[in-house]
Design a protein around this ligand. Structure first.
Ligand SMILES: C[S@@+](CC[C@H](N)C(=O)[O-])C[C@H]1O[C@@H](n2cnc3c(N)ncnc32)[C@H](O)[C@@H]1O
Length: 340
């Protein structure tokens, strides 16, 4: 199925687009494995990467336009104001490597810079296969001077497939995607990126900062209920892909801020005592009234706490940009000891 979508992509888009699938990623097997493990834990949990089927990605795009969701527009304003400086050190024929690119909406500001004086390469990695196809199609039309290599799959198996380049590469990790990891996982993940960075390569990382709790709470509990739909979409996915019988009216969305861990926690709570069968993994689960399934962490940082994470990963901050309210930060980061 993946192989077929690769062929379709190359024919339908353009000879410049090279679409490859992270070879060790099998979406069906991954969701079975994650559900089997996560729903047997206390508390029950489903990792947030399973939010992102085509519908989940579309819902995330709607979230990013919500008035309460300051993250996207604040980060975009930083990129808009400073894209030239962020890209400045890369020189000719730059290559951008984006992890979890989604629609690449904000990245276009960097791509505008990258293609301003000539050709550039864009390697984009995302787990949401169908949405990635669509994004790449649109980018290919908008950027005739851009060679695009899309890798559909999870970060881990995708990273070894990132091509080398004769000039410096800029790794790009936006949207505070890093916040979905615990501190230990973040250090492990960033260390992996560090291990494949060449001395001239850099990493541009966007991360959300600690701010008044009511602002954080509103961002993940929007008045239109789009974040709730996004959260509950994970149950629709289990129904569709594993034949489960989650009744959506038996669950609600909760997203409290935990000040001790400095993170929003996203949960799906059961409104009643109920039993759910999941034939795809031969499992039946019981849920008590009020019992919760954990779906996502979204950590909030200070400049200092992020600098510590980066330092523990063998990286050091070269430059940081923040907005006037200090709500969001984008840092340009290099390997510790690498030349600038
Ligand atoms: C919060 S969205 C951010 C999208 C975009 N970078 C932005 O800043 O608007 C997270 C993106 O990362 C992708 N993603 C999440 N977990 C992933 C994983 N483990 N491996 C690859 N992609 C992942 C999702 O499909 C989604 O497009």
């Amino acid at each position: 199925m993946f192989g077929q979508s690769v062929a379709t992509m190359q024919a339908a888009v353009s000879p410049r687009v090279h679409f490859q699938v992270a070879s060790t990623y099998d979406a069906g097997a991954e969701i079975r494995r994650a559900a089997l493990w996560g729903l047997a834990q206390t508390p029950k949990q489903i990792p947030c990467r399973f939010f992102y089927d085509a519908e989940g990605s579309r819902l995330f795009e709607r979230i990013s336009e919500l008035p309460e969701y300051y993250l996207t527009r604040t980060e975009r304003a930083l990129l808009e104001a400073h894209a030239a400086e962020m890209m400045g050190t890369l020189g000719d024929a730059p290559m951008l490597v984006e992890l979890g690119c989604g629609s690449s909406y904000k990245t276009r500001l960097l791509l505008d810079e990258a293609t301003r004086h000539g050709e550039a390469r864009y390697v984009c990695i995302d787990i949401s296969d169908e949405f990635l196809h669509q994004s790449v199609h649109e980018l290919s039309t908008a950027y005739p001077r851009l060679a695009i290599e899309a890798i559909s799959g999870e970060y881990g198996p995708a990273l070894p497939l990132v091509p080398s380049h004769s000039h410096a590469r800029l790794f790009v990790f936006l949207g505070s995607n890093i916040g979905n990891f615990t501190t230990g996982e973040a250090v492990e993940f960033l260390s992996r990126i560090r291990s494949i960075m060449q001395p001239a390569d850099a990493l541009l990382i966007g991360y959300d900062l600690v701010k008044p709790h009511e602002v954080l709470h509103a961002a993940y509990n929007d008045s239109e209920g789009i974040t709730a739909q996004f959260n509950l979409n994970i149950l629709c996915r289990l129904n569709r892909e594993l034949g489960a019988n989650f009744q959506l009216d038996g669950f609600w969305h909760e997203a409290p801020f935990d000040p001790v861990e400095s993170r929003i926690e996203m949960w799906i709570a059961s409104t009643r005592e109920q039993t759910v069968s999941i034939p795809g993994i031969d499992m039946t689960i019981g849920l008590k009234q009020g019992e919760r399934i954990l779906t996502e962490y979204s950590h909030k940082y200070t400049l200092g706490s992020m600098a510590n994470i980066l330092e523990s990963s063998g990286l050091c901050v070269q430059r940081t940009w923040t907005d006037p309210l200090n709500w969001f930060a984008v840092s340009l980061v290099r390997g510790a000891g690498a030349r600038t």
